[in-house]
Design a binder for this molecule. Structure first.
Ligand code: UDP
Length: 240
């Protein structure tokens, strides 16, 4: 019997940039530790947490495509492998504080992690394990935001919680406009028509088609991850 939380099963998306923190070495262990601690606090309440990690702190396919003959697909496969590095690091941090964690990759790397098997992922979650989905969707030309939307729909999670380095979605670029306003709520339509840079179009339309709300929030503020997971108001909420 589970307590009545707003969400029973969530999909947390952690971008590579967020994992980098202010460390020049791609990954900031202070960030992975704070993610682990906050996730631990909510799994103790019985909320099931799946995580999709990005890889932009190590390698972004679109940046490298075309360099010295590197085609986009190969560049994207390198990017997907970068997400696996982040996933293994985050898993190690989680397990160091006693959270049972499984990594599942979208393409086989069986010596390193389990392959993605939907029903098995769900089983892990039901047993209270955290599941980290790595290697994005397994396909070039996609993003880990799209992987987050896809996995969320597949495992019947109720919300995509997008942890970023900004407080949420603004009506205009806050770095260029001092009067930029943080928005509390937005419709999917707002995001697509105003071209607000929340997530790419493939990801946001996948969320819209499946009525998956998206919460965009700042993971650098202590307590925000656990608040977001528990359904407290943080950042900007899009859709339902
Ligand atoms: N990527 C991909 N297919 C996917 C997910 C990711 O090809 O389904 C590649 C792509 O090259 C991308 C890189 O992996 O640039 C890292 O992922 P992403 O940029 O989404 O990470 P984030 O911005 O969240 O750090």
């Amino acid at each position: 019997h589970k307590p009545p939380h707003k969400w029973q099963r969530v999909l947390l998306k952690v971008s590579g940039e967020a994992l980098a923190g202010d460390n020049a070495q791609n990954i900031d262990p202070k960030v992975t530790m704070s993610i682990a601690r906050e996730v631990a606090s909510v799994t103790r309440l019985g909320i099931e947490v799946a995580i999709v990690v990005g890889g932009g702190n190590i390698f972004r396919g679109s940046t490298w495509a075309g360099c010295s003959g590197l085609d986009r697909s190969s560049a994207d496969y390198i990017g997907m492998m970068a997400t696996v590095m982040n996933a293994i690091f985050l898993q190690a941090t989680m397990e160091s504080i006693g959270i049972p964690t499984r990594v599942q990759t979208a393409f086989r790397m069986s010596e390193v992690a389990e392959p993605y098997i939907r029903r098995r992922a769900i089983r892990h979650l039901e047993k209270g394990r955290v599941v980290i989905f790595a290697a994005g969707t397994g396909n070039p030309f996609f993003t880990t935001d799209t992987a987050a939307a896809l996995r969320c729909a597949e495992i019947n999670a109720e919300v995509v919680l997008k942890a970023t380095n900004v407080d949420g979605v603004y009506d205009k670029d806050p770095r260029q406009n001092l009067d930029a306003q943080l928005l509390d709520t937005l419709s999917y339509q707002d995001v697509t028509s105003k071209e607000l840079s929340v997530m790419d179009m493939t990801a946001i339309t996948l969320c819209q088609e499946n009525n998956i709300p998206v919460v965009v929030f700042n993971l650098n503020k202590e307590g925000n991850i656990s608040k977001a997971i528990q359904g407290e108001r943080v950042g900007t909420i899009i859709g339902g």
